[in-house]
Design a protein. Structure first.
Length: 448
């Protein structure tokens, strides 16, 4: 049995503090940088990613193999795991694990099916009809992180909405571990989902393969790339976004908790460290108007860490990116959360629903003491591929809509054109675009 640290020993762990009531210029600047952070801030990473992408673009699969030999994530065998091997891996999954995966798939599918867009027609005026037509993408690439920690749950989150959308061809890229081994659960999950193949590659080289294709081995490029990743993956997605669509440039996983005196510090501590487990660059932020709760949470976090497997990663993340934000009141705590726009936001306050009504910018919100963030990561059916780096102010979670596109179909007859002809002529003339005006005149008989 693991001994529980004494309060005195546990209290030695301290988060950095940020006081929202402070007018100190340094504090004001710290707040500004927090709320205006970006997904990729390191120019060295951007430069390195550019070199890898250009190499993959021009040399194909040899460049992917060479990048894997330098950075990891590949294997000596073929770059691809084919359908038969994926199906066999699914058959080898232990029954409890397969059951959990199938429940997760079912819940994600159930929620995704409520998101399927529809085509609509609108009559603007007699003789003018516009159709907003939704069409699934033909070929999509999903990046699933791996290597040091496999993420079969991310495979579910990226592939199931694509299946619901009706995407014809889904390609998954995921890295092997440092010894070139692929995680059996990831392979089995791909088999459960019926994927044709899996590309064994990670980092920028995987994104390059998805974006540009690998013509030398008959691997076609995709129409859009989705899925989370580290800073290298994110920087690569941003660079190829002029060639293919991307979902959003997600950065390190983020967790924020808003809590007041009504919250249980044990549960707040558990929620606070959840997303920090993903990596040493993952922020973990408690926002509270109650200094007593903040102190109690520090004690509970210190008591919890020795019991967790990824303790070293957690301690690094909490040391460098952990933060307690003290707010004058709950209203200002909520305002800060909206400005920060976290990826994950837990709300554990006395009147949680009232607080949620005021929250406008978060990827996924978890309401009350019975809603751990891990529930959404695995099992509720909500998607866990979420905007980070403040993008929750303008972007939403991965959804069925991500896997298709709308086009406009305009149907106009003579009556309709006559009704808007003069508007077209006047505006085209004002802009000096006489060819635009002529396209109307050529139809309606005025060709002078």
């Amino acid at each position: 049995m693991t001994a529980t640290p004494t309060p005195q020993a546990a209290a030695t762990f301290r988060f950095r503090r940020l006081d929202l009531s402070s007018k100190d210029p340094a504090t004001v600047e710290t707040i500004r940088r927090l709320v205006r952070r970006g997904a990729v801030q390191d120019s060295t990473i951007r430069d390195g990613v550019h070199e890898i992408l250009e190499d993959v673009r021009f040399r194909g699969s040899p460049a992917v193999h060479e990048a894997a030999s330098r950075f990891g994530g590949g294997r000596d065998a073929s770059l691809f795991v084919e359908r038969a091997e994926l199906a066999a891996a699914a058959d080898r999954l232990p029954a409890p694990l397969r059951g959990a995966l199938e429940q997760a798939v079912g819940n994600v599918r159930r929620f995704a099916e409520t998101q399927r867009p529809s085509t609509a027609r609108t009559t603007i005026a007699p003789g003018i009809e516009i159709e907003r037509r939704w069409t699934p993408l033909a070929r999509v690439g999903a990046y699933v992180p791996g290597g040091s920690a496999p993420y079969p749950s991310t495979l579910v989150m990226t592939v199931v909405p694509a299946l619901v959308a009706g995407v014809r061809d889904i390609v998954v890229a995921s890295p092997a571990d440092r010894d070139g081994r692929l995680d059996e659960t990831v392979l089995g999950t791909a088999g459960i989902l019926g994927l044709k193949s899996l590309l064994v590659a990670g980092g920028a080289q995987a994104i390059g393969a998805l974006a540009y294709g690998l013509p030398d081995v008959g691997f076609d490029s995709v129409d859009r790339i989705v899925g989370p990743g580290n800073a290298w993956v994110t920087a690569a997605k941003i660079e190829v976004s002029s060639v293919v669509g991307i979902d959003l440039p997600a950065g390190p996983s983020e967790g924020m908790v808003i809590a007041d005196a009504a919250a249980d510090p044990v549960l707040v501590a558990a929620d606070l460290v959840t997303q920090a487990e993903h990596g040493p660059d993952s922020p973990a932020i408690l926002v509270t108007p109650n200094a007593g709760l903040a102190a109690a949470v520090e004690v509970e976090v210190a008591a919890l860490l020795p019991r967790l497997e990824r303790r070293a990663i957690l301690e690094s993340a909490l040391r460098d990116h952990g933060l307690i934000v003290l707010a004058p009141d709950l209203a200002q705590a909520i305002d800060f959360a909206n400005d920060y726009a976290p990826e994950h936001l837990s709300v554990d306050v006395a009147d949680a629903e009232r607080a949620v009504e005021r929250l406008t910018s978060a990827g996924s919100i978890f309401v009350g003491p019975w809603a751990p963030e891990s529930a959404g990561d695995y099992a509720t059916g909500a998607n866990h591929v979420l905007p980070t780096g403040g993008l929750a102010r303008s972007c939403g979670p991965l959804a069925v809509e991500t896997f298709g596109r709308f086009s406009q179909v305009q149907r106009i007859n003579r009556e309709g054109l006559e009704g808007i002809a003069e508007t077209i002529r006047v505006l085209a003339t004002a802009e000096g675009l006489t060819a635009h005006r002529n396209a109307v005149d050529a139809r309606l008989g005025d060709r002078s």
